[in-house]
Design a protein around this ligand. Structure first.
Ligand code: HEM
Length: 406
């Protein structure tokens, strides 16, 4: 497989972290160079569509490369996704939400449809038996397509001059919910099951399937949990409660299945990989459990109004769970080598992540209780983002030093 693919995915991860450092720097020392909101839009779009999307697709290509029927199509698709992601990032930096950034992010959506079809066809070739990994991957593709209704709705709502209405935020949360709780979570779990099974690790399919169905059916009402701050009546509160408890139970079943095979998993992989996997699952558990707090309407309004809590939660999910899970699978597929340097890189990244979360959630709690600020908060957040950036670059370096990974 072209080596440029792995470098592209780490290049995007590095740019994501760099734009994060840039934003944190602005809190310490205003830099008049680019408007903050442009960097923010560039950062979040590149993170989800550049790093996470390409990172997940890269895992798929690596896993199937030898047996892949349409290698040429896979290469063209990956290159197009790379080019569009770069152009989208540059246009967000340059103009924020504007003509070009909208054109490129919409093009990305159409490439996502193509990618879904490509993945679907490849997995279908493998046979008709619907095993647990296929359930996870097929449904993730469905949620990927479903989530794209969010951005189209955003365009329509802006076009009719309702950008300031709560419909705009509802469309944005629709997109985010089905992207990270749907597409990314299900796809990465599906890939993890595939990799484990290839390694002859026995997993409890029954538990995984029960967990899958409870989780997936709860994802639909679970959307209302993200928009509880809009007063849409008791039915919505009931659906949000149903969704969040269902999602939590689904996650517990899935984690239980992994826990039951833990001995097998940890004996197959180096200690570093087992530790990263254990952390990933712990972050998924913490994320799902904290979501239960949103059931209380007053608390949910408070949470959505506290920026540091929202940002802390988004990064717990997208950085702590999604990104570290992608890295763990990179290690499992031997794309990232287990050696001293990669251990150091991973430690820095995890310390940076934990510091970031501690400060963001700590600040939120302090704001609610004493209305005070953590001393040197901005300096601490800047330090955390610097550690994250350094950790990612070190991990990337370990790949550049390898001549061939597959
Ligand atoms: C790797 C290190 C990262 C750093 C240092 C970082 C830093 C930041 C910062 C400083 C903000 C703005 C906070 C604010 O305005 O209060 C932010 C927002 C955000 N980040 Fe990250 N981030 C990182 C990784 C990621 C990743 C991997 C993802 C997703 C896969 C991500 C998704 C987001 C999203 C969705 C937002 C909110 C955007 C908005 O409010 O419009 N970040 N990040």
């Amino acid at each position: 497989m072209p080596t440029i693919f792995v470098h592209a995915s780490f290049f995007f991860f590095t740019l994501v972290a760099l734009s994060g450092v840039w934003m944190r720097l602005q809190f310490l020392h205003p830099v008049p160079f680019l408007p903050y909101t442009n960097i923010l839009h560039g950062h979040s779009h590149l993170a989800i569509l550049g790093w996470a999307f390409l990172g997940a697709f890269f895992l798929f290509l690596t896993y199937y490369w030898r047996t892949l029927k349409q290698k040429k199509q896979g290469i063209i698709l990956f290159f197009l996704l790379m080019i569009v992601s770069v152009l989208m990032f540059i246009s967000f930096l340059y103009q924020g939400y504007g003509l070009f950034s909208i054109i490129f992010s919409t093009t990305h959506i159409f490439l996502e449809y193509w990618t879904s079809l490509f993945i679907y066809q490849q997995i279908k070739i493998e046979g008709n038996e619907l095993k647990s990994e296929k359930l996870f991957i097929f449904s993730s593709l469905f949620f990927l397509v479903l989530s794209s209704l969010g951005p189209f709705a955003l365009g329509y709502i802006s076009a009719i001059g309702q950008k300031e209405s709560y419909w705009f935020d509802m469309a944005m949360y629709f997109y985010l919910h089905f992207q990270y709780n749907g597409w990314l979570t299900l796809f990465l779990i599906g890939m993890f099951i595939l990799i484990c099974k290839k390694q002859s690790i026995r997993l409890e399919d029954r538990l995984l399937e029960i967990g899958f169905w409870i989780y997936v059916l709860s994802l639909f009402p679970g959307y209302f949990l993200s928009v509880l701050w809009v007063d849409l009546g008791n039915l919505m509160i009931f659906l949000a409660i149903l969704g969040s408890i269902g999602q939590w139970i689904g996650v517990i079943f899935i984690l239980l299945a992994f826990l039951k095979s833990w001995k097998d998993i940890s004996s197959q992989y180096a200690t570093l990989i087992s530790v990263i996997l254990a952390l990933t699952f712990l972050f998924l558990f913490i994320k799902s459990t904290t979501e239960l707090g949103l059931i209380i309407p007053d608390l949910s309004i408070l949470i959505y109004e506290t920026r540091s809590i929202v940002i802390g939660y988004l990064h717990l999910t997208l950085l702590g769970f999604v990104s570290i899970f992608i890295l763990a699978q990179n290690f499992m597929l031997k794309i990232l080598p287990v050696k001293r340097l990669s251990i150091k890189g991973m430690i820095l990244l995890i310390i940076g992540f934990l510091l970031n979360e501690l400060l963001l959630f700590g600040q939120g709690l302090l704001e609610w209780t004493t209305r005070e600020r953590i001393p040197y908060l901005n300096e601490g957040l800047f330090l955390a983002s610097g550690l994250l950036l350094l950790g990612i670059i070190i991990l990337w370096m370990t790949i550049t030093r390898q001549k061939c990974y597959r």
